[in-house]
Design a binder for this molecule. Structure first.
Ligand SMILES: Cc1cc2nc3c(=O)[nH]c(=O)nc-3n(C[C@H](O)[C@H](O)[C@H](O)COP(=O)(O)O)c2cc1C
Length: 323
């Protein structure tokens, strides 16, 4: 398949693996890129810029295909060393950056000067337009279904994607709720030129997470995610578990008085023990509604090959036969 997204990133298939905290390591990024998609290393999972430089070097040993680094701009007061991470990206020769969270405006000159293509992930049309206006090359439009932070507008992709198609000039991919060839064709029909997947890529052979995490996704249905931290305007879609029930109970009880400190035990620093050690009840971890469409743990190559074969079958046979 060929379009502006495959051309922009020099990839075979318009399928991107979004940055994921404690999931997006070199092994997964390289497996996705080797399968013809665009794999992404999650920058902030690496504790220092030097660690990120090592992870980039490791990925380069595992693939000679293009891959990206995700830089998430957090809403925290004490900012990570973003200039240091950007230096590691530039020195590591990475040519694609997925930004997310706050606007990447401040860092655009440095990224552009280094010839880096920037795809900004955002959950609203106004942020997508802003990204376009500050020189981003593409956007990843993240609908309300998505795992992670869906923002506060709650617009699902069935509306958000055609709105983006109406207003944007730069190419965009659909993110949130994407799992298979049907998702890809639907995304293309709604005006996107590819798709970004998070949750689906966790349930793959190469995802360097504990088997419990993969099995939790396979076992989950589309009814099993919850939104937490809405009262803090930092909404996150997570898989339900006992820690999430505790958060929701506190949110209901404390209402407007809730502070981050009230839920710190369930959300702060829990990722390593969940993702690496498989302690599934320890805290809240991001997961999309798309878990309801995930029933297996294929290799990234099998997953991407199946998506492309199914998409082609739908376009050439199912849809063409209706005309
Ligand atoms: C476990 C997990 C961790 C994530 N961590 C990040 C992150 O650190 N930065 C980011 O920009 N997006 C993060 N995301 C969002 C994904 O990159 C992607 O946008 C999202 O998962 C798409 O929705 P889907 O899960 O329905 O495919 C995370 C998602 C998951 C499931």
């Amino acid at each position: 398949m060929k379009n502006r997204i495959t051309e922009l990133f020099g990839i075979q298939h318009p399928i991107i693996q979004g940055g994921m905290h404690f999931v997006g390591f070199a092994e997964l990024a390289a497996a996705v890129s080797n399968a013809g998609g665009l794999g992404t290393i999650t920058g902030l999972t690496q504790r220092t810029p030097a660690d990120l430089a090592n992870e980039i070097a490791k990925c380069r040993e595992l693939t000679d295909k293009p891959f990206a680094v995700n830089l998430t701009f957090l809403p925290t007061v004490k900012s990570p060393d973003y200039p240091g991470y950007i230096e590691a990206i530039i020195k590591g020769g990475v040519k694609i950056v997925e930004t997310a969270g706050r606007s990447p405006q401040e860092y655009m000159p440095a990224l552009k000067e280094a010839g880096i293509k920037v795809i900004h992930k955002c959950t609203s049309l106004r942020h997508a337009l802003k990204a376009q206006s500050i020189g981003c090359d593409a956007v990843s439009v993240d609908g309300f279904e998505c795992g992670g932070h869906p923002g506060e507008d709650d617009i699902p992709n069935m509306i958000l994607l055609p709105r983006a198609a109406d207003e944007l000039e730069i190419p965009f991919v659909a993110s949130g709720g994407m799992a298979d060839g049907r998702s890809l064709v639907a995304a293309l029909a709604l005006g996107a030129e590819g798709m970004n997947m998070g949750t689906r890529f966790i349930a793959t052979q190469e995802a360097p997470v504990h088997e419990n995490v993969k099995q939790a996704i396979v076992a989950a249905s589309e009814l099993d995610t919850r939104l937490v931290m809405r009262p803090l305007r930092n909404t996150e879609r997570v898989l339900n578990n006992s820690a999430v029930e505790r958060i929701l109970e506190k949110e209901a009880r404390l209402g407007k008085d809730l502070t981050f400190n009230d839920i710190i035990d369930e959300v702060a620093g829990v990722y390593p023990r969940i993702m690496k050690d498989g302690e599934m009840e320890l805290g809240a971890w991001s997961c999309g509604m798309v878990a309801g469409l995930i029933h297996d743990v294929p290799t990234c190559q099998q997953l991407i090959d199946n998506i492309m074969a199914e998409a082609e079958q739908i376009i050439r046979k199912r849809l063409a036969s209706m005309l």
